[in-house]
Design a protein around this ligand. Sequence first.
Ligand code: BGC
Ligand code: ZN
Length: 373
Amino acid sequence: MKAVAVLPGKPSSVHLRDIPSPSITDQPHPHVCRIPEGRGVLVKVLQVGVDATDREINEALYGNAPPGGEHLVIGHESFGQVVEVGSRVGEVKPGDYVSCTVRRPGGSLFDQIGRNDITSEEVYYERGINLCHGYLTEHFVDDAEYIVKVPRDLKHLGVLAEPASVCAKAIEQAFLAQERLQVWRPRRAYVLGAGQIGLLATMMLSLRGIEVHTIATTPGPHRKSEIVEAYGATYVSSRQTSLADLARKVGKPDLIFEATGNPEVCFRAMEVLAHNGALVWTSITGGSHDVTLDGARINLEWVLGNKLLVASVNGNRRHFELGLQALSHGELTYPGVTERMLTHPVAGLDQYKEMMRLLEQKDALKVYVEVAS
Ligand code: BGC
Ligand code: ZN
């Protein structure tokens, strides 16, 4: 069967290759974990979303092949349909729509309790990213433990299950961490960035009744600003209004959700957070970049204001479920809005060059491959 792969470490190595079709008893990542007898699930891939991580992997900035080979099948945002299940699988059945989580457990205590998203080991195993093959292929097998059911009536948004899990986890982390305050009722949030993560965060925070201001570069109106407004939030162009001006105009935020991929913005955000507030970082910034800040002022304001910085990566099975619940709630509250994010379908694995080309384009909000229908 066909698969889209790279040779990690070698820039622009994305290519189509032929790999063996999996069977239900296969062990997809024997170097990490084993599927217990009868717990395999064989999935036919329908759609796979791609993001900046895939672009960076192809630029050789990120990612490693599984041991014993030199290629890595990419793609970590999966959506598919169950074809066959092992004798000890009761959670899903053939025909069900599913997504599959990204991380596989390493050896830390966190991994052993199902929290591989917060592994304390520096090496992490991620399908399609690091040391495990991904989903940009025709079929895959994995442990039922990592397969997450997508409601049939949500299948048009199934490809957003993984990014939604990342957002749901980050927001949950902020609320969990803020239990330190005994009571925390954030009234105002700034979401920095209007890519898929920024927009999904806008939706999830609006659903909680928070006043959301989503900030990105390009002045509206355009698709991103329309989506933000359809979620009942306000869109702000950072070219027209700086963060400091916005804070003077509407008030400082109790919560900042940072998703720009820009290290400058990650730190600038520290200058406007309200007392007792939480700043959540979700960007994964590649390369190296110095930022100049008034450290004394930030330190003073952060200490006097009891402020919190929390960083969040990945999402485990429960975060996928939370993300899917939020997508469902979003469909009922803002019908038809979220699917406006699905801007750039790519017709089939053969079009992998087009897929990479679209990832370079700024207005391509969501690029995803239609592997099968
Ligand atoms: C993925 C996460 C992953 C992270 C770090 C992101 O693009 O969506 O699941 O943990 O990259 O590799
Ligand atoms: Zn991703």
